[in-house]
Design a protein around this ligand. Structure first.
Ligand code: NAD
Length: 386
């Protein structure tokens, strides 16, 4: 069993999820590589946040508030960096310059220029393995959809709708945090935060938008600052992007709608995708994470939707019974399995069985940048493929 020693930079929500995934590696009996977390860096080292890491990582030997110290630790072979978007460029490029393998977080740079700088560092360090966290593709139903795309099961694509909807920002009393501040989160607003997750499957399928008409809205314009006052909340809350995409398999163009919303009443964490094709169609939503809706069509036959219970049909074999439902923590574990599997073998068991690539992140940035232009111009903006 090969061991990869990891450092975590950013001990927030996502940093903790990695600690939990690494602790559950015993779920994955076929893996021949495993992570071992030896270092944690966070901006502040206050209890109880940092105590949680100390208490729960028996292999931890370094805790620091300076990411450069962690990157100069020769024990650390790979890093997971989960920090606010304004720090991605500096931290990711420094990690690569230090020769570390990198799992970065979306959106892989606060804007297009930052993303281009990260991609230049990726090209400069071909020996570093670099991927972006993208767990939703590992839900069993989504893996099944991916295999259908690979097999050309949909026929000619008629329409694709994908989205990610949250509802908690409907509450105007929810205090502001960095994800709602332009300088930390970026001009993209909700697109930079939720959009990469929405793009992962369609972009991997090769359904790349050629143009976009975006309608963005800032619904709640100020929020409690947590100190008794109010602070401006300038980020886009909701974004609807109507794009024209082309299916590389059939060459035909089709409408592709992406929605990212922080203010979607009644929604908690609803990632969804709908693909309508001439031979098959699917609908999938995390609101019913165990169920894939599938319509298979033969010319002249009935057009009837069936509901398929997915259970634990995961790509990286798990000890969990195949009839047990899969949850977000399970797919985060699958995502880490994919990262390490590909790091070790240089390939994945299928086209949709790998994490998002830096090249895919460049396509997100082109789309979101064009969407900002579309919102400003009120017109459809084309997206260059250069
Ligand atoms: N994959 C997903 O589903 C998912 C979900 C949420 C967030 N994210 C992404 O993860 C990243 C972090 O988001 P989060 O929700 O974990 O945020 P968070 O606010 O919970 O955590 C960020 C952490 O970074 C630390 N930090 C800030 N500045 C630092 C510095 N200079 N040095 C070291 N640490 C520093 C903060 O102290 C905090 O603990 C973002 O890129 C976000 O888009 C991904």
């Amino acid at each position: 069993m090969r061991t990869v020693r990891f450092g975590i930079i950013g001990g927030g929500m996502m940093g903790r999820e990695f600690v939990s995934a690494a602790a559950r590696w015993l779920h994955l009996p076929e893996m021949t590589i495993r992570p071992e977390i030896v270092a944690v860096c966070n901006r502040t080292l206050d209890a109880p946040k940092i105590d949680w890491f100390r208490k729960n990582i028996p292999t931890l030997t370094q805790v620091t508030s300076d990411y450069r110290e962690l990157l100069s630790n020769p024990q650390v072979e790979a890093v997971y960096i989960a920090v606010p978007h304004n720090l991605h460029e500096e931290f990711y490029t420094a990690a690569l310059d230090a020769g570390k393998h990198l799992m970065g977080e979306k959106p892989f740079g606060i804007d297009l220029a930052a993303n281009e700088s990260i991609l230049a560092a990726v090209r400069k360090h071909p020996d570093c393995f670099v991927r972006c966290a993208s767990q939703f593709v590992f839900f069993p139903a989504v893996q099944r959809i991916g295999r259908m795309i690979e097999a050309g099961a949909f026929g000619q694509i008629i329409e694709v709708n994908a989205g990610f909807l949250h509802g908690s920002d409907l509450n105007p009393r929810k205090p502001i945090n960095w994800k709602r501040i332009v300088k930390d989160n970026g001009e993209y607003g909700v697109m930079g935060d939720l959009g990469p997750h929405v793009c992962t499957v369609p972009f991997r399928a090769g359904w790349i938008p050629r143009n976009v008409r975006a309608v963005l809205s800032n619904i709640v314009r100020e929020r409690p600052d947590g100190k008794g006052g109010m602070a401006p909340c300038e980020t886009w809350d909701n974004a609807t992007l109507l794009c024209e995409a082309q299916d590389p398999a059939s060459g035909s163009a089709f409408p592709f709608t992406l929605r990212t919303e922080r203010i979607a009443p009644g929604q908690k964490n609803n990632w969804y995708i709908e693909i309508y094709g001439t031979r098959a169609s699917v609908r999938y939503s995390l609101n019913e994470a165990n169920t894939l809706e599938l319509l298979e069509y033969t010319p002249g036959g009935a057009q009837s939707w069936q509901k398929v219970g997915m259970g634990h049909e995961v790509t990286y074999q798990s000890i969990t019974s195949e009839i047990f439902q899969c949850g977000v923590c399970d797919v985060i574990l699958q995502m880490w399995a994919a990262f390490l599997y590909e790091l070790e073998r240089g390939e994945t068991p299928g086209r949709f069985a790998g994490c998002a690539t830096p090249e895919e992140s460049a396509l997100w940035h082109k789309l979101f940048t064009a969407a900002l232009e579309s919102q400003a111009s009120g017109a459809t903006e084309s997206i260059s493929d250069s």
